[in-house]
Design a protein around this ligand. Structure first.
Ligand code: TXA
Ligand code: MG
Length: 318
């Protein structure tokens, strides 16, 4: 069992001893360690059971700190940074040698972001090093959006969970890289494509891959609960699959004739912000229900909807 609390000093002192601490961010909880220390980094891969080819995101508290760990900041990257940080955006930038190759899986770029979460920002400011932090879940499983989610799966492996309450956004950061100066979205997340394009113009969206090492974060099957997930039109899916062990994850309205105990509505208010915030805890809750299959539907494909549909598709890919 980890200690769950809001003691920044305690978190700081574990991190200074190269131990791991779970930290809240506005997107999801991260499993954090000293970004300059290879032992801490190695532990992160071990605790998450994460393959070594999947690189980590470095978290800092200011653009000044980011500049210390990257070799260059292309004009469009700077515009995005100034507009969205602190916030749910990660930039892939050429790395300095101070960031160990282990953190970037040998890649020449490093993923960086400034999160928008008061406790974590205060913690980052108090440290003399940045923090590498992947989502604090076992590899391939749904990301955690509360301290209790982290405790449920990793609590026996780490000493401390900094509790920032429920994550405000609830879905991972949008990752943007640059190819010959041209922006490419590697993972759609809490920062909308339209919002990014409003700042820097057209941005390509990278396709999913089960093997392409250039896109390690884009594995086709990911973010999966243990149960089988089927994505489609709920009415049709219910006709095909319904029995007393079927669960429904609906966008804004429950489905008639289905046991209410086996249904979760993501956003009764119809808002994509609400849906994103509830998505991962809903998947975890459904995983615990006495059901065999989760039937779910896409949300409108705009704003946060792109990221929600992306996670649903990947949860459904087996
Ligand atoms: O919102 C978030 O981004 C959360 C919070 C904790 O900050 N973190 C997160 O980390 O989602 P993680 O490790 O679960 O996902 C990071 C993704 C990985 O899929 C990884 O492959 C990709 O970022 N990534 C990291 N460095 C990369 C690089 N240099 N090139 C391409 N992809 C990279
Ligand atoms: Mg993750």
């Amino acid at each position: 069992m980890a200690t769950i609390g809001t003691d920044i000093q305690a978190a700081k002192s574990f991190l200074e001893q190269n131990e791991l601490v779970a930290i809240p961010t506005e997107t999801v909880y991260g499993l954090a360690g000293n970004a300059f220390n290879t032992e801490a980094i190695a532990q992160i891969f071990e605790v998450k059971n994460r393959p070594a080819f999947d690189p980590l995101i470095v978290h800092t508290h200011s653009l000044h700190e980011v500049k210390k760990i990257v070799k260059a900041l292309p004009e469009k990257a700077l515009q995005l940074a100034e507009h969205f940080w602190p916030g749910p955006l990660t930039l892939l930038l050429p790395k300095q040698s101070s960031i160990p190759d282990l953190a970037t899986s040998g890649m020449s770029t490093v993923a960086v972001r400034i999160p928008q979460q008061p406790l974590t920002l205060e913690l980052l400011k108090s440290l003399t090093f940045p923090l590498v932090a992947p989502s604090a879940n076992p590899f391939g499983y749904v990301s955690p959006t509360t301290a209790q989610h982290v405790e449920d799966q990793l609590g026996h492996k780490i000493p401390y969970i900094l509790d920032g309450g429920r994550c405000a956004v609830g879905i991972e950061s949008t990752i943007v890289g640059f190819e010959n100066g041209q922006p490419v979205i590697h993972r759609i997340g809490g920062c909308g494509r339209e919002d990014i394009e409003a700042i820097i113009g057209k941005v390509k969206l990278m396709a999913h891959s089960s093997s392409n090492p250039k896109a390690p974060g884009m594995l086709k099957s990911h973010y999966s609960p243990g149960k089988k997930v089927v994505l489609g039109q709920l009415k049709e899916l219910i006709e095909k699959y319904n029995n007393d062990r079927t669960g429904i994850l609906a966008f804004k309205e429950p489905m008639p004739g289905i046991n209410p105990k086996h249904q979760i509505v993501l956003a009764p208010d119809g808002s994509l912000t609400t849906a994103a915030k509830n998505l991962f805890s809903a998947l975890r809750e459904m995983d615990k229900m006495d059901i065999d299959i989760i039937l779910t539907e896409k949300v409108p494909e705009r704003g946060l909807g792109l990221a929600i549909n992306d996670r649903l598709k990947r949860a459904a890919a087996k």
